[in-house]
Design a protein around this ligand. Structure first.
Ligand SMILES: CC(=O)N[C@@H](CCC[C@H](N)C(=O)O)C(=O)O
Length: 374
């Protein structure tokens, strides 16, 4: 089993080379080099775009078990002050994918040297943060040839202490849809607002109006979120902006609410076009299916994890995070769980500092779990 020291070194190497979705070239090379050092007769490996599929051979397989790790980073400038900070300017592993990959490598390495009866597929999937690698990977021949009989994945949880594992049967993560809105009005001199159609004012108004969708149109017992994470527009301080762009995300706990929220966004945007005499284009970008844990397998895993002396198990609540792992779970029985890592700063923060000892908890849990299931 890889030592915590070795896992830490791998995590730190990966932490330094974050890459955006479908551009994970150095990451893929690093993962390939890891496997090249291991006995080649013990596993089979296929590349899929910038990802990898690694099947560790069982001694007498009757099924394929799956573990999926996402491998992309985020467009965030790191501010952790780590000596091993990102070497890629403006990019950071701020969602724990460096942990997810390291744990995947360590699980594969363990079963390469300690074979069990069943095969184990370790999936290194690109583009989880966007535009979504799970769906196209699942449709690929490479994946379909080795489609697992059940599948698992974990996500680091900065709000849980290291040593903690949490999950729940049924819905764990929300339905998501990206949201991009382009507004076009009429530019002009800052001193003559009556001759122009100001898209900065229109964009600001729209953000305010979105808040009423959540507070007035969605059933309060059926949560939803609209976050506008980025607004761009205009050219300089004394020119009225002709264009503005809003970039955001929608999260809902049910597919019906997603439809309702989108209907309301479209109605408000139509109203904005009339009210502000502008043109608007809506693009929903990538949509992720909810993460729905198969109840029986999840319950079994929860009891299993609760019985491990080195794990503190805590039942989770639903979260408004999204994950394209939901697509795997829509076809293959399985579950996702939270791995407590601590960190004063949360996911998608430039100062996220998860505790590396949590990787050992994950490795021990998953190697014991897959051995138990085989
Ligand atoms: C676990 C996590 O943080 N996942 C991301 C998934 C992003 C989906 C998509 N790009 C979107 O923004 O809707 C999340 O932000 O929850």
């Amino acid at each position: 089993m890889l030592s915590l020291e070795k896992m830490t070194a791998i995590r730190r190497d990966l932490h330094q080379i974050p890459e955006l979705g479908f551009q994970e070239f150095k990451t893929q090379k690093y993962l390939l080099q890891f496997f090249e050092q291991l006995p080649a007769d013990r596993y089979e490996l296929k590349k899929w775009r910038t990802g990898l599929l690694v099947k560790v051979k069982g001694t007498n397989p009757s099924k394929i078990m799956g573990y999926r790790a996402d491998i992309d980073g985020l467009p965030i400038t790191e501010e952790t002050g780590y000596s091993f900070s990102s070497a890629h300017e403006g990019m950071m592993h701020a969602c724990g994918h460096d942990f997810h990959m390291t744990i995947g490598l360590a699980i594969a390495e363990h079963f390469i040297f300690h074979p069990i009866a069943d095969d184990l597929l370790v999936i290194f999937q690109p583009a989880e943060e966007g535009p979504g690698g799970a769906k196209p990977m699942m449709e690929s021949k490479e994946f379909l040839d080795w489609k697992p009989d059940f599948i698992t994945a974990l996500h680091i949880a900065p709000d849980l202490t290291p040593g903690t594992i949490g999950t729940k049967p049924g819905l764990l993560f929300a339905n998501t849809s990206e949201l991009f809105i382009d507004l076009k009005g009429k530019g002009g001199h800052a001193a003559y607002p009556h001759t122009a159609k100001d898209m900065i004012v229109a964009a600001s108004q729209l953000v305010g109006q979105f808040q009423t969708i959540i507070s007035r149109n969605v059933d309060p017992l059926d949560s939803a979120v609209i976050t506008v994470g980025k607004i761009t527009g205009g050219t300089v301080q004394n020119i009225i902006a002709e264009n503005a762009r809003l970039e955001g995300t929608i999260r809902t706990l049910s597919a019906q609410s997603m439809g309702k929220v989108k209907e309301r966004i479209e109605a408000l945007v139509k109203g904005l076009e009339m009210g502000y005499e502008c043109e608007a284009k809506i693009d929903y970008g990538a949509m992720y299916y909810q993460v729905f844990n198969e109840p029986e397998l999840t319950q079994e895993f929860m009891e299993f994890a609760d019985g491990l002396s080195f794990v503190q198990f805590e039942e989770s609540k639903e979260a408004m995070t999204g994950e394209d792992f939901g697509y795997f779970l829509s076809e293959i029985p399985g579950f996702m769980f939270w791995l407590g890592t601590g960190s004063e700063y949360g996911l998608h923060h430039s100062r996220l500092q998860p505790d590396e000892t949590a990787m050992e908890t994950a490795l021990r849990t998953m190697t014991e779990y897959f051995s138990f299931k085989s």
